[in-house]
Design a protein around this ligand. Structure first.
Ligand code: MN
Ligand code: MN
Length: 467
């Protein structure tokens, strides 16, 4: 090698394509992990489904509900499910819990279309559902695609009715119909953000009238009759329901080389899965390891199942109490000694829109985990910037196991921005940094990731827990 070449290799940051020079075994692992992840994704489209599915995986791997344990000792594996929508899993470490935990926290909720509480109506012989979208979506992307209905209706007597229509091959699907181009002259003059407006996101759900000419709204009546026969529900039961419309299509390998994954809800189910797999592979860690699947990230971290919830603190308190740490200051001590990864996705560079990205600080497919020291917008506003000391420690952890990462931020300065749950952990006194997987087309019905990067996240989180 010439002097210059050698020097460059020594001094420059590695920006090589991660797919190059992989061993056959590593390649096999990457593709197998991706298959398992896609299977999980297809069974975990809502925040409740991902929690249920993850809980079952944990139980299969020896985790037990924390209520079953009177005391906890190193190596014990426990979990807690908060209202069926969020999940905390922990492996008790050798060191005292007051010395802090290692947390990987991801979110299981994804942008979607929720039903309103009075959803059903009839318009000129068509049965329709009113919706209110959840999270930051480009509304026009959610029209004319197959949607499935997932949710729960709770009746006043406590009976719980689960609904899931549109996932099985023989199921019907639903759709939000956009206007045909021939008549869209006026609509096409709107700004893109108003191309389809919130109150235009109504779902078409039926067209056969109830067979009687004595009553009005016969299509609506027929739909309610079908729902009543199948689920025992009446119109008023929608008041105490949570029903979501999500893309009905399945996660798939993408590209001639199968290197990418297209699927709904990868923000942030990709980090839920990699975090979950990492904690399952965590045996006798030095510090107590915890994997979090939280809810309500996409709408600001609030609520009883969001990351601000006291229920999270209660779970850590229970871990403390059951390991014999009952000082009044135990929780704050544990928090202030904790290192956390806010496991969330970052925007991957999109060749169709190069101007939104700053080349030096964008995440690229095939270069590993996205490591985001700060989020926020307009002068890092709202960010809980990670301390360089913590980032340096993580670099060592990742480098030791060869888990590839890339430092990046979300697009160009002042182009937009975004936040993650990092600040909810930092404000509790923890060191925290965002480390996740780059996603293209984030918040669209069909998000894209690279299988290489997904596997690096699993490797990185596992190394973090086991260090
Ligand atoms: Mn996210
Ligand atoms: Mn998001």
């Amino acid at each position: 090698m010439t002097d210059g070449k050698e020097l460059k290799e020594k001094l420059f940051t590695n920006k090589n394509n991660g797919w190059e020079n992989l061993s056959d075994e590593e390649l096999k692992n990457i593709f197998q992990f991706a298959d398992e992840y896609m299977y999980y994704l297809n069974n975990s489209k809502t925040e409740k489904e991902i929690v249920q599915n993850s809980k079952e995986i944990l139980i299969k791997n020896g985790f037990v509900d924390i209520s079953e344990k009177e005391t906890l000792t190193p190596g014990d594996k426990v979990f807690y499910v908060n209202r069926g929508r969020c999940l905390y899993a922990a492996v008790i470490g050798i060191e005292n819990l007051e010395n802090g935990l290692k947390i990987v926290a991801a979110h299981g909720d994804s942008p979607r279309i929720d039903l309103k509480q009075n959803p059903l109506y009839e318009d000129n012989g068509l049965g329709m559902l009113k919706t209110h979208y959840y999270g930051g979506i480009k509304k026009y992307q959610w029209t004319n695609i197959p949607l499935s209905i997932h949710g729960t209706v709770i009746k006043p007597d406590g009976e719980k009715v689960n609904i899931c229509i549109g996932e099985k091959e023989e199921d019907p699907i639903f759709t939000i119909s956009d206007l045909l181009p021939h008549l869209a002259g006026e609509q096409m003059e709107r700004k893109l953000k108003d191309g389809v407006q919130g109150e235009e996101l109504n779902v078409l759900v039926g067209s056969i009238p109830y067979d009687s000419d004595e009553v009005s709204e016969r299509v609506k009546l027929n739909i309610l009759k079908l729902l009543n026969e199948r689920y025992g529900i009446k119109e008023v039961d929608f008041v105490s329901s949570e029903i979501e419309l999500v893309p009905a299509f399945k996660a798939k390998s993408m590209g001639f080389d199968y290197s990418l994954i297209a699927g709904y809800g990868q923000d942030d189910k990709v980090c839920c899965y990699t975090g979950l797999r990492a904690i399952i592979d965590t045996i006798n860690p030095r510090k107590t390891a915890m994997c979090v699947i939280t809810d309500k990230e996409e709408v600001g971290f609030n609520g009883v199942t969001g990351m601000y919830t006291r229920i999270f603190d209660t779970f850590v308190l229970e871990l403390l109490e059951k390991t014999g740490n009952t000082r009044a200051i135990s929780l704050d001590k544990a928090f202030s000694n904790t290192q956390a990864i806010s496991a969330d996705v970052d925007a991957a560079y999109n060749p169709n829109f190069p101007n939104a990205f700053e080349r030096n600080n964008s995440a690229y497919f095939g270069r590993g985990m996205s490591l985001v020291k700060y989020t926020g917008a307009r002068g890092k506003s709202g960010a809980s910037e990670a301390p360089a000391e913590f980032v340096a420690e993580l670099r060592k952890v990742f480098d030791e196991v060869g888990a590839r990462y890339q430092a990046c931020e979300l697009g160009k300065v002042d182009k937009g921005g975004g936040g993650t749950i990092a600040l909810t952990l930092a404000n509790r006194g923890m060191d925290v940094v965002d480390v996740g997987v780059p996603v293209m087309g984030m918040h669209s019905p069909y998000e894209i990731t690279s299988k290489f990067d997904v596997y690096q996240a699993y490797k990185g989180y596992k190394a973090f827990f086991n260090k």
